[in-house]
Design a binder for this molecule. Structure first.
Ligand SMILES: [Zn+2]
Length: 408
């Protein structure tokens, strides 16, 4: 399968599309679960497949520090390392460098930072961030950008946007020169023939043989540019237009959900979307709540990711069609109902609130697994329902509207 993006149906500003990646097709709008360290915490790849996940996200910063890009590249790339045959997107590492590492110095060259794990110092530049992402071999990779703080002053915002544009050009140049070095494009004749049945699924490489799956030789990744510009509509417009001039397969909106009020996030998303191409993928990074992902899909966003469903699950916070459930609360003791009577996930079909509360209070590992399964399922089903509404020619204006249509 070669890269592609086909808008199928439009309903108002929203659109349903098909994103084709070397590791399978993705129906959009899509929510991408976050698998920071080559793992969506608490959920195995088999279960993610069951949930219908078509693409997930890996974090370059974390994988670079542990286990290291070279190790993953030697093992055939991230798909093969984590035994995930479907789509993967990696971020550039920039956001984590700015949010996690103490001591970082920004220069024209890149960002020098200290690892949050052992204090060792490293440099991420547009070239090294793209090199790392080529080594990981995700289907979609991101240009290196500077995400300024929410409270940065106008001069700092403009400087960050200008630097991001120069870095975008360098990211693209490096990508064009090295895109054939992705670990899954090695030619079949470079390897012995595969011996085991593992890897029979399209796109998944057989273990222990070094052989690439058929159809991947010669394929390349898709590089996305990132629009910055803080909370300034004029800067956002300029950033979008100049990023388009550089030319990318798709465009991400970065630098939002960094502490600003939600009305401002929405305003910046709308402003930016006006200046992005209507026939290419648009990715809003790091949002949001179930209500927000419905809202942004209706504005015309195709891809979203957020740690919220998985992180909240580990803290016992469950999203449902009737609002949030904090499962530790005493009101759920003895409650035989499922978390959400409208949810058809394997947790809601089988377990009671009373049991989930007990697991959580007893600190059982299973609590994390089941809570995460439900939350991810809720997000994915929400997005599927939104897509269904778009395909039916209506948008879906709110979360409650989406779920009122799915009630049994
Ligand atoms: Zn459920």
């Amino acid at each position: 399968m070669s890269l592609g993006f086909q808008v199928e149906v439009r309903a108002g500003a929203a659109r349903a599309a098909r994103l084709t990646t070397p590791h399978g097709e993705v129906s959009t709008p899509v929510f991408m679960p976050v698998g920071t360290l080559a793992s969506v915490k608490g959920v195995s790849q088999e279960l993610l497949e069951d949930l219908g996940v078509e693409i997930l996200l890996g974090n370059t910063y974390h994988l670079y520090l542990r286990p290291g890009i070279d190790e993953i590249r030697r093992l055939g790339g991230l798909h093969r390392f984590m035994s995930w045959p479907r789509g993967i997107l990696t971020d550039s590492g920039g956001f984590q460098v700015f949010s996690l590492s103490d001591l970082r110095t920004i220069s024209e060259e890149g960002v020098r930072f200290r690892s949050h794990l052992d204090g060792s110092t490293h440099l991420f530049s547009p070239e090294s961030a793209v090199e790392a992402q080529i080594g990981l071999g995700a289907d979609i990779i991101m240009a290196f950008d500077q995400c300024p703080e929410y409270r940065a002053n106008p001069e700092q915002q403009r400087a960050a946007m200008e630097l991001t544009l120069r870095w975008a050009e360098r990211s693209k140049r490096y990508f064009e020169q090295h895109k054939n070095e992705v670990p899954w494009t090695r030619k079949v004749q470079d390897f012995e023939s595969p011996s085991s049945g593992h890897g029979s699924e399209p796109g998944l490489l057989p273990l222990g043989t070094g052989a690439p799956a058929s159809g991947l030789a010669g394929q390349t990744q898709a590089l996305f540019g990132i629009v910055q510009g803080g909370m300034d509509g004029a800067l956002r417009k300029e950033s979008a237009e100049r990023t388009r001039e550089i030319g990318f397969f798709g465009y991400a909106i970065g630098g939002l959900s960094v502490g600003e009020p939600r009305t401002m996030t929405r305003e910046m998303v709308e402003t930016t979307l006006e200046h992005l191409p209507s026939d290419q993928p648009r990715y809003l990074m790091g949002v949001g709540t179930p209500e927000e992902i419905v809202e942004y899909a209706n504005l015309g966003i195709d891809m979203m990711d957020c740690v919220l469903p998985t992180r909240a699950a580990r803290h016992g916070l469950l999203f449902t069609s009737e609002g949030r459930v904090s499962i530790k609360q005493v009101q759920y003791a003895g409650d035989e109902n499922p978390v959400d009577a409208n949810c058809r996930c394997r947790v809601c079909r089988r377990y009671s609130r009373a049991y989930l509360r007990h697991l959580y209070r007893s600190n059982e590992v299973l609590a994390q697994v089941l809570n995460t399964l439900h939350n991810l399922s809720f997000y994915l089903d929400t997005m599927r329902a939104v897509r269904h509404s778009i395909c039916a020619g209506r948008g879906a204006r709110s979360l409650s509207e989406v779920w009122s249509r799915t009630k049994p």
